[in-house]
Each structure stands twice: as structure tokens, then as C-alpha cells.
Ligand binder design. Sequence first.
Ligand code: MN
Length: 375
Amino acid sequence: MRYGDRFDALKQNMVNKKIDYVIILPGYNFRYMTGLNYNPMERLSFVMLGSGGDAYFFLPKVETARIEVLSKLNIDFDVFMWNDETGPGKELENLGKVFGNRHVKIGVEFAHFTLARKDQIAEFLNNAVLEDITEVFHELRVRKDKDEIRQLHEASRLSDKALKNVIDGLSTGISEREISNRIKIELLKLGSEALPVDFKPIVATAENSAKPHTQSGENVLKKGQTLLIDTGACWEGYAIDITRTFLIEPVVSELKKIYQTVYEANMRAIESVRQGIEPETVDRIARDVIEGAGYGKFFTHRTGHGIGLEEHEPPWIVQGNKSPLDPGMTFTIEPGIYIPELGGVRIEDNVAVTEDGYELLTKYPKDIENISLEL
Ligand SMILES: [Mn+2]
């Protein structure tokens, strides 16, 4: 049912933008439209939708089982299948008869539609003009429905459990990389989908935690340090993005002051979330707290980004973004202070805008008592 709705919404958008067809390659937009999650690698595979409501799945024969899933979507479609012996050429030619020599405008996702793909189907494209539809999909996906919010809640539950299990088993002398591996193992044991991006989990101690997107390495956990963990489970394609910074006692008082400042920035920004507010205002609220404490120049990134299938997606919680927040939008609030030589603190939560305010998706405790560890 909801997939049919998504097809209708896309169709409407295509009509408005005078796009005749879209071609969607396997990836998160393909998954959003069909629920199918697979990687055909070099084999040419896509769905093509017409603004008149016609749909075509172009698949290698080895993916025949996908048809069964597609047939439950409540959408009408034709299937074009090719096999490894003959290659996709002949079937592509057959599909091309749908628009023939007409000068059609075809929407593709420029970020995924490589020049190699374009070359592969150059003859099929014939007189077509290609247009980027990245924004069209961002627009379709930015307001999450009830099911999507539910997937995020489930991903959050798994994230919290994995984080707790790892923290409970922590001791000094363990390397960042080992902590990172333990989190991955816990997440997978709990049934999380394989993480969609390989930069997570970020586990960083001491000076390393002062680099917002650092790599986990050989540094071992010691008393007096910060331990920053940025991770998140993935459920049905929807990934949570949570960061907690732990203080390995005893720590110098400046680290506690920094922690409390980031905590306050995080809380104030979250509490400001409601429909109609501009993202740049939310960013400003977090920034004001940090600037007020004298750490402004150490908060070196935007306050947040949207979460969902793509993990970093609109809405961007950043200065200059004046597009008001709407119910269903989900994003991170992740202020941080990063001081070279001393360490960094980031506290990242995920929120969903609701009709009457916001809903906090990440529940892991973040008050200073709970994140101060005696190891
Ligand atoms: Mn993030």
C-alpha cells in the first residue's frame, strides 16, 4: 500500500517537473520505492517509471526471485529480464521502444548513475536528456511515515543495548579499534543490519576525540581521558546515529565543564524542536550555549543532519537553512567541543518532529553521572 503511495507521489512530482521517466538504480531510493534491498554489482538492474504511471523493472535473470516481492506492492509493472549469456543489450532495446526516438527527459540520481552506467545504456537513452533527481527524492523522503519512525525506534533500542553491553565490559588498556569491533559484534549479535556506512563506529580517546571524524586506532583507554563513541544500529534500512562521550575518572575539571556545556547545548537545541521552527534557529540555540561558555571556535561543524535510509540527508540543521521543520522530519542534534591536546566531547541524539513538539528517538543516558566511568 505505502509503496503505491510513494509511486503516486513520485509521479506527481515528475508531472510538476516535466520529467517523462525516471530510472532508479538499486540503492536507498530503490529500496524506498520498492522495499527491495540488494546489490546486483556489475549486472544492469533498475526500475523505470513513467509520468503516466507506467512502471518497468529491468533485471538480470539471477534476480528472478525479486519479482515475487514486487508483485506484492500493489503496483502495475512490466518486467524485462536478461541473462548472462546474451547480456542486457537485446532487452534494453525492447524496453527502449517505450519511448523510441522521442526527446524525453529522464531523471536519474547523479550521485549513483556513473559514467560507466551511462555508457552501458547509451544506445537505449537515444535522444533522451538526463536530469538529476536527487532533490526530488530528498523531498519525497524527508517526512517519515509511522513505519519509518518505528524502524528508527527499533534501531535505537538495539544501539542502546549494544552500547550498554560494551560499556559494562570496558576496562583500561583496550584499544579504540577493539572497542569499535566490540560494538560492531554486539550490534550484529542483536540483529542489526550490517552498518550502511563504514565510518561507524567512531571510537576515539583523548586527543584523538578532538577530531570530529577521526579513525579508531591503536590508542588504548586510560584513566583521565575522554572516550567518544559514535555509532548506531540499522533496522530495515533505517539507521540511528548516536554519540556518547564518556569521562574515564578521574578527569580534569575543564573536561567536566566542557561536558556540561555540550550537554546544555544538546538539551536546549532538542527542546527547541517543533514544527515551523527554522533549522538555523536550532543550530543557533546550540551555538549560543557553546559560545556563551567561551568555546565557540571549538564547535567546528553544523548542529545536525537528517537521518533515514541515507543516514546523512536533509534536513540540514545548519546556519542558512530557513526551510521550516515539519512533522515526520528526523534528524540529529550533535553539538560538540573539540580541544586539541585535551580531547573532544560530542553528544548526539536523534529527534523526530511531531504535531505538538518532538519525540526523542535516542534514549541512552547522557547526564554527567551516567557517563562518568570508574574503570
Ligand atoms: Mn551524525
